[in-house]
Design a protein around this ligand. Structure first.
Ligand SMILES: NC(=O)c1ccc[n+]([C@@H]2O[C@H](COP(=O)([O-])OP(=O)(O)OC[C@H]3O[C@@H](n4cnc5c(N)ncnc54)[C@H](O)[C@@H]3O)[C@@H](O)[C@H]2O)c1
Length: 252
């Protein structure tokens, strides 16, 4: 029996949903947090877990998520910082408010949630923070300046928190996936197909898998299983790591 209390942000969809499912199947008590109430409630019903509606661009919602989880379940043992979104645009035209929002949801929220969950993990002498970064936390591509800046920053937060957590039994790691088959990527495929006058299949093979040694999109379940592994006891020696799940993209 695992029976730890796990919070998964952005758990209503894609990678977050797959992570919540894998953690539920590993007998953890799961709390999904998401901006979307309708999708969040449906996901929670499917997984028979809790749902907290939260806009993680707001500091107060980050605080409320951790405190309400601790109040309902006694602690927060596993934190999966996953919520995010993409905006593709040339740097010179990038809207300032979109930049701000992306940095807030994908970097400030993981900082706040880690800060608020930390005392519970420290008290138990056990904790797991799992940050869903991206291959774009390690390398760059054009037109994704805010996303890439947030994800590079998230790897810095991961390393610093790992150094501070070691003596308290808290591990902190980042998973860095290449393209995963989720609604976020479906939107990108359609947008790029339109912008570049290409078929969706050509966008996948010629753009998204151009640098991959294995030519396929990743399934959300592959990331979910990795999250469940990092949340387990046997993963105790992984910390501060930026773990590429990238089909060989960064091997070159
Ligand atoms: N799909 C990929 O190819 C890929 C690759 C690498 C990394 N990632 C990362 O994985 C994470 C999940 O992406 P996904 O592909 O599953 O996307 P998705 O769009 O399927 O799911 C993202 C979820 O985050 C939620 N969310 C967005 N803004 C929020 C906010 N302000 N407050 C609360 N919830 C919010 C959305 O409502 C949604 O349910 C993201 O951080 C993304 O950057 C995705």
């Amino acid at each position: 029996m695992n029976n730890k209390v796990a919070v998964v942000t952005g758990g209503a969809s894609g990678i977050g949903f797959a992570a919540a499912k894998a953690l539920s199947e590993a007998n953890h008590t799961v709390v999904i947090a998401d901006l979307s109430k309708e999708q969040g409630l449906a996901a929670a019903e499917e997984l028979d877990c809790d749902f907290v509606q939260a806009d993680l661009s707001l500091a107060k919602d980050n605080f409320r998520l951790i405190e309400s989880t601790a109040e309902s379940h006694g602690s927060v043992d596993v934190l999966v910082n996953n919520a995010g979104f993409q905006h593709v645009c040339q740097l010179a035209n990038f809207p300032e408010d979109t930049w701000e929002k992306m940095l807030t949801v994908m970097l400030t929220s993981p900082f706040l949630l880690t800060k608020y969950a930390w005392p519970y993990m420290k008290k138990n002498g056990w904790g797991r923070v799992i940050n869903i970064a991206s291959v774009h936390g390690m390398i760059a591509s054009p037109y994704k300046s805010a996303y890439i800046s947030a994800k590079h920053g998230l790897l810095g937060l991961t390393k610093t928190a790992a150094l501070e957590g070691g003596e308290h039994g808290i591990t902190v790691n980042a998973i860095c996936p290449a393209y995963v088959k989720t609604p976020l990527v479906d939107k990108q495929i359609l947008a790029q197909a339109l912008n570049n006058n290409m078929s969706p299949d050509d966008v996948i093979s010629q753009v998204m898998l151009k640098n991959a040694a294995i030519k396929k999109l990743i399934e959300p379940e592959e990331v979910g299983a990795f999250v469940a592994y990092l949340a387990s006891d046997i993963a105790r020696s992984f910390t501060g790591a930026s773990l590429a799940l990238d089909l060989g993209w960064t091997a070159q």
